[in-house]
Design a protein around this ligand. Structure first.
Ligand code: NI
Ligand code: MN
Length: 225
């Protein structure tokens, strides 16, 4: 499978048989994304919460591709109410889709849409696709139960925020990576706006000194997992 980083918290996973899964596709109004919504395909769209910088261009994309949303119940209902296909889940629950398994985790944050609808608890997500486990933490502060998440599912790639202000900053993100102990940590949610400016190479240096590999993805870069 392939993992593409658009910037902010927006990623695309593409399976061997070409199923495209977008996570938090905030593209058109995202000043750092080199890719815009008209250029991406989505069979599935996973949303971690309802904030505008995560809901992003989901509806535009889903309309074009007839994508299925995967998110916590309240947010999934919000998508359904707008006429989209949705698979309702909730924190702690997993489900086997045609591309692999999705399990939702806690995240300490908020979740309201740009049009002021409450969309349930914010979440993180663990994806198990083609024998790799990817943990996208969503927007969150540091929490000790990350240790449990890493124990229950050995994580290959942990995608975690380092931008501070709304989420973990570098110091807390290093601790989060230590708790989860992934094979590779990939920083996200930084440099999109001045208030979340952070140096991913500083994160890399500190977390690698703790024995955890780190890959800083360029905005628009795609890697093979
Ligand atoms: Ni948020
Ligand atoms: Mn955010």
């Amino acid at each position: 499978m392939k993992l593409k980083y658009f910037s902010h918290s927006a990623f695309q996973i593409t399976t061997e048989n070409n199923i495209s899964i977008l996570i938090d596709p905030f593209l058109d109004d995202n000043p750092t994304s080199p890719v815009k919504s008209k250029d991406v395909k989505a069979d599935y769209i996973i949303l971690t919460h309802g904030h505008g910088d995560h809901l992003g261009d989901s509806f535009k994309i889903a309309k074009r591709w007839n994508s299925t949303f995967i998110c916590v119940n309240e947010l999934a209902n919000y998508c359904s109410e707008h006429g989209f296909k949705a698979h309702n889940m909730h924190i702690g629950g997993g489900y086997n889709f045609d591309f692999g398994r999705v399990k939702f985790t806690i995240a300490h944050h908020g979740s309201k849409t740009p049009d002021n609808q409450y969309t349930g608890e914010p979440s993180g997500v663990v994806l198990s696709v083609e024998n790799k486990n990817v943990y996208h933490t969503g927007d969150t502060g540091l929490f000790y139960d990350m240790k449990l998440i890493g124990e229950m599912t050995p994580i290959d790639y942990m995608l975690l925020p380092i931008g501070d202000n709304f989420t973990m900053g570098i110091t807390d993100a290093v601790k989060a990576a230590e708790l989860v102990n992934p094979k590779v940590a990939i920083p996200m949610h930084y440099n999109t706006f001045p208030v979340i400016n952070a140096d991913p190479n500083e994160f890399k240096k500190i977390v690698e000194a703790k024995g955890i590999s780190c890959k800083v993805l360029k905005f628009g870069e795609e890697i093979i997992l």
